[in-house]
Ligand binder design. Structure first.
Ligand code: TK8
Length: 354
């Protein structure tokens, strides 16, 4: 049995999986229902917290920030009010991260990939084909390597409270099914603004273009690019099936989300308020990982039903793709630092043996 199928079976059997309809529209805007003001714990005052993400309200990440809102308002007796903004209403990952650094927005939950221009060590999560399962990725993120990377954020005006899950990325395009490295030849591929992704897809023979997430659908529709790559829940939520006939289950990179808070805002909070934010971000993150895993598991059938031609990639062909990108991994392992890379690989091996 393929490793990812096994891990899927294990996780879906997990007791206490929260049943959650991923309802809600695809629009932006904010969730306006605020919890009633109750008895606030000592040390908590009136706060307004703007949370912005690039994904839609119906995406598991949208469900995650709604859970965050519910928990913060509950724990603060309604004194700390959260206003959620979806679908890049406040801008894309990089713009919202800059807004946090400037103190203009309180929270965003971007992919780690666009952070690499600021903190190159986050690039370890952009190495293709290093994780086989979500459990391996969680072991690295929730262990010493993940913490070392969070510790690099404050010098950039950011506080990282938790890792949420974007997930394993798969390729969609309008040209052909992609099974082998040769099949990437000449595909104009949108990538995140991240040099490791750019170089890896060039090594595979594609023609990569970095682009902000909110521009992807129109670029695919206008054929400015032939393809993009994202986890299945995102492909489904953003309706890429409407403009992309082919879905290839490459599982080429696992991307984390990181829950970021503006340091300007954070430093003004009391210890009690910081505790509420931290607990809510971690608890909502556990919930979001579960919802994301379930949504990704069912998305393949949904996308097939929506008309996408889906192909699996054999282990042999994934190995050939991995060999094609190995020089890129070697180059960036040196740039990032072999010690951190070796520590991460050791964590993965440890998780693989469990
Ligand atoms: C959403 C992005 C998205 C990422 C991308 O804000 O840019 O393709 O995978 O999830 O962070």
């Amino acid at each position: 049995m393929k490793k990812w199928v096994k891990s899927l079976a294990i996780s879906l059997a997990l007791p206490g999986l929260l049943l959650m309809g991923c309802g809600g529209g695809n629009g932006g805007g904010s969730a306006t229902t605020n919890a009633p003001k109750g008895d606030a714990p000592a040390g908590v005052q009136e706060r307004k917290i703007k949370v912005g993400i690039g994904l839609n309200e119906d995406h598991p990440e949208g469900q995650g920030i709604k859970k965050f809102k519910e928990l913060v308002e509950q724990k603060s007796g309604g004194k700390m009010q959260v206003q959620n903004f979806f679908s890049a209403t406040l801008g894309d990952d990089q713009k919202m991260t800059e807004a946090l650094q400037g103190g203009l927005q309180e929270v965003t939950v971007p992919s780690t990939s666009p952070l690499v221009g600021m903190i190159k060590e986050y690039g370890v999560f952009d190495f293709p084909f290093i994780f086989n399962t979500e459990q391996e990725a969680h072991a690295v993120l929730d262990g010493p390597v993940g913490q070392k990377l969070l510790d690099k954020l404050p010098e950039h005006g950011l506080i990282g409270l938790a890792y949420w899950e974007n997930g394993f990325r798969n390729l969609t395009n309008s040209k052909r099914p992609v099974n082998t490295p040769q099949d990437f030849q000449g595909i104009k591929l949108r990538t995140m603004q991240n040099e490791i992704h750019l170089e890896a897809f060039k090594a595979l023979g594609a023609n990569p273009t970095p682009m902000a997430f909110s521009e992807v659908f129109s670029a695919l529709e206008s054929k400015t690019v032939d393809g993009q790559e994202n986890p299945l829940a995102t492909i489904k939520s953003n309706k890429y099936n409407e403009v992309q006939p082919y879905l290839s289950l490459t599982k080429h990179v696992y991307t984390p989300f990181v829950f970021l808070v503006s340091k300007k805002f954070w430093d003004g909070l009391s210890p009690e308020e910081q505790k509420i934010m931290k607990e809510a971000a971690v608890e909502a993150g556990k919930y979001q990982r579960e919802v994301n895993f379930k949504e990704n598991a069912k998305a393949v059938e949904d996308l097939k039903a929506a008309g996408m031609k889906v192909n699996e990639v054999s282990d042999e062909n994934r190995q050939k793709m991995k060999e094609a990108v190995q020089p890129v991994i070697d180059k960036y392992s040196k740039e990032i630092g072999k010690d951190l890379v070796n520590e991460m690989m050791a964590e993965i091996e440890k998780a693989r043996k469990k």
